[in-house]
Design a binder for this molecule. Structure first.
Ligand SMILES: CC(C)(COP(=O)(O)OP(=O)(O)OC[C@H]1O[C@@H](n2cnc3c(N)ncnc32)[C@H](O)[C@@H]1OP(=O)(O)O)[C@@H](O)C(=O)NCCC(=O)NCCS
Length: 205
């Protein structure tokens, strides 16, 4: 794991030049870290219980806030990324990333998760990549920039093509996926299923 993570782009960053606004002009994706506890809690509060795709918080009514819960949460996220970690069915390995300003300021702008494999639920509904941007930072191009970086990481993990889904009426997410080159395959129970990449698509598990 150490070798792989050492090659991972703690410092990959993307420019947001096409979306002017008061937000940071660049973002980075960083691994979960206990050092960002206060910024994480502030970000979760901003969501106020609304959808936090890609955060890997199982119960949105009880996000990990206390020191002990947060340390456990971060530890689990890092373990879930490690291919050497044994996971129970139907869990798959997953790389969690937090979206932060590239200028080094201590803020968490959102979340992005890359699932390394597709179980049946992920194939039909969840996709490889999930993401969300805190409400106060939306409409500044952050999701688009984060997805571009997330796709680079997915490629580095050998995931190709990449499946991304969104709800039929989620205009912002649909635009984000289309901008990244998503090609719509179909709609399954209200989820639009897009593939990014021209490689052969896997069979349904
Ligand atoms: C969907 C979401 C990630 C978009 O984040 P964002 O940082 O605001 O997105 P961006 O600023 O990069 O915008 C991407 C595109 O969507 C458009 N868009 C974003 N939000 C929109 C909205 N509410 N209505 C219409 N268009 C919207 C933008 O104008 C932009 O379009 P363009 O590329 O044609 O200019 C964010 O609203 C969110 O976190 N929602 C809740 C969680 C969620 O739905 N996650 C996705 C699950 S698949």
């Amino acid at each position: 794991m150490a070798d792989r993570r050492s090659r991972e782009p703690e410092a990959t960053q993307a420019h947001l030049a096409w979306h002017p606004g008061p937000m940071p002009s660049e973002i980075r994706l960083v691994p979960p870290s206990v050092s960002r506890h206060a910024a994480f809690v502030d970000c979760v509060a901003d969501f106020a219980g609304t959808a936090m795709d890609g955060a890997s918080i199982v119960d949105l009514t009880a996000p990990p806030v206390s020191d002990a819960e947060f340390i456990e949460f971060v530890t689990e996220r890092l373990a879930q990324e490690d291919p050497a970690t044994e996971l129970e069915e139907p869990w798959v390995h997953c790389t969690s990333r937090w979206i932060v300003p590239a200028d080094g300021s201590d803020e968490v702008l959102g979340f992005l998760a890359i699932r390394h494999d597709l179980n049946r639920f992920l194939y039909d509904q969840g996709g490889h990549v999930g993401y969300s941007v805190r409400p106060s930072a939306r409409r500044r191009g952050i999701a688009s920039a984060a997805l571009a970086l997330g796709l680079q990481e997915a490629r580095g993990l050998g995931i190709a093509p990449v499946l991304i889904t969104c709800d039929e009426h989620n205009v912002g997410s649909r635009r984000t996926i289309e901008t990244a080159g998503g090609q719509l395959e179909n709609v399954v129970e209200g989820k639009l299923r897009f593939w990014i990449g021209d490689e052969e698509r896997p069979m349904r598990p």
